[in-house]
Design a protein around this ligand. Structure first.
Ligand code: GLV
Ligand code: GLV
Length: 332
């Protein structure tokens, strides 16, 4: 008998077909995420879960679903999973690092450029028929090339953005991270490690790419925004909650900050109403990794992880990216 697996949202049909070769599948066919209660009900008797970032796994869910063995997240960020609780319950969790690095960095750069150069504001201006004339100061924005980029959180994506900034746009790159990069990673992107306060004070453009956790909750709040240049921009492609959206909206409204590019929001898909009113905020619906190739790669990698984590397929017992490999050790 095939093990039972739950898929929390629809994904590519070919990925579902691959999963169906190994598992008896139940797929959420709705065009919305299940509520926590629905998820718990559907997860009964399932050994595996193909999890999209629209649902969460916590200790209460694990207690209620004792058959669960593997949770494969279709995302690199895994703040939707209580990993220590999974480990305590003997549940393996996996994510999808690496495959989305470059496309997410591209999008972060696009958002930063759009915010600095008032791209969406200019487009709204044109489409609404307000473009009646040329004037010397129409839609003047902020320079990007040859300015200073501040990267907050220097993981894979942060490094990919720093490379674009340094090699492509002649920017100086400063960064802050829990730990400093080894010299062989710093050197090619000419990135300079600084304290958080110096990062905020010196950067012309701040790129937030730090994972969300209890420690990074509101890591960029009113006090941090107050340190930044009035001419600076802030781009968040990490997670809602790393930036205090209400404080950011205040700073943007009062022009204590020039502009922001935001792909992620606290409590998304709800967006802070004050942000929606602001011309100097470029807002996108959590799509930084959304290219056809990258989403296929993420979906495929989550499937690889689930199949291998469940002890099936050529990689049985050796999933590509376990978050709590100690669980595998206890199984072996
Ligand atoms: C998307 O936000 C991801 O974490 O992959
Ligand atoms: C702008 O279009 C310029 O030619 O400077």
């Amino acid at each position: 008998m095939k093990p039972k697996v739950l898929v929390t949202r629809k994904v590519f049909p070919e990925v579902l077909e691959r999963l169906a070769e190994h598992f008896e599948l139940e797929v959420n066919e709705l065009d919305r995420p299940w509520t926590a209660d629905e998820l718990r009900a559907h997860l009964q008797g399932k050994q595996g879960m193909y999890l999209t970032p629209t649902n969460s796994v916590d200790a209460a869910l694990l207690d209620a679903c004792p058959d669960l063995k593997v949770v494969a997240n279709m995302a690199v960020g895994y703040n939707n999973i209580d990993v220590p609780a999974c480990t305590a319950h003997g549940v393996l969790c996996t994510n999808t690092p690496g495959v989305l690095t470059e496309s997410t960095a591209d999008f972060g750069f696009a958002l930063m450029l759009a915010a600095a150069r008032r791209l969406t504001e200019s487009e709204r201006f044109l489409r609404s028929g307000q473009w009646a004339n040329w004037s010397f100061d129409m839609m003047m924005g902020r320079e990007v090339h040859a300015t200073t980029l501040g990267v907050f959180g220097m993981g894979r994506i942060g490094q990919a953005i720093a490379r674009r900034a340094s090699l492509g746009f002649g920017m100086q790159v400063i960064y802050h991270n829990r730990s400093r990069l080894p010299a062989e990673l710093e050197e090619p992107i000419k990135a300079r490690y600084v304290g958080k306060e110096q990062l905020l004070r010196e950067c012309d453009h701040l790129m937030v790419v730090v994972p969300y956790s209890a420690e990074t909750h509101h890591a960029i709040g009113a006090a941090e925004l107050a340190l930044m240049k009035r001419t600076a921009t802030l781009t968040n492609i990490a997670r809602g909650g790393v930036v205090d959206d209400a404080a950011l909206a205040e700073a943007l409204k009062e022009r204590r900050l020039a502009a922001a590019g935001l792909d992620v929001f606290e409590g998304e898909p709800h967006v802070h109403p004050a942000l929606l009113e602001l011309p100097n905020a470029v807002l996108t619906p959590h799509v930084a990794s959304a290219t056809v190739r990258t989403r296929r790669a993420m979906a495929g990698m989550a499937a690889d992880n689930l199949i291998a984590g469940m002890g099936c397929g050529p990689l049985a017992g050796r999933p590509p990216s376990p978050l709590n490999p100690e669980v595998l050790a206890t199984r072996a």
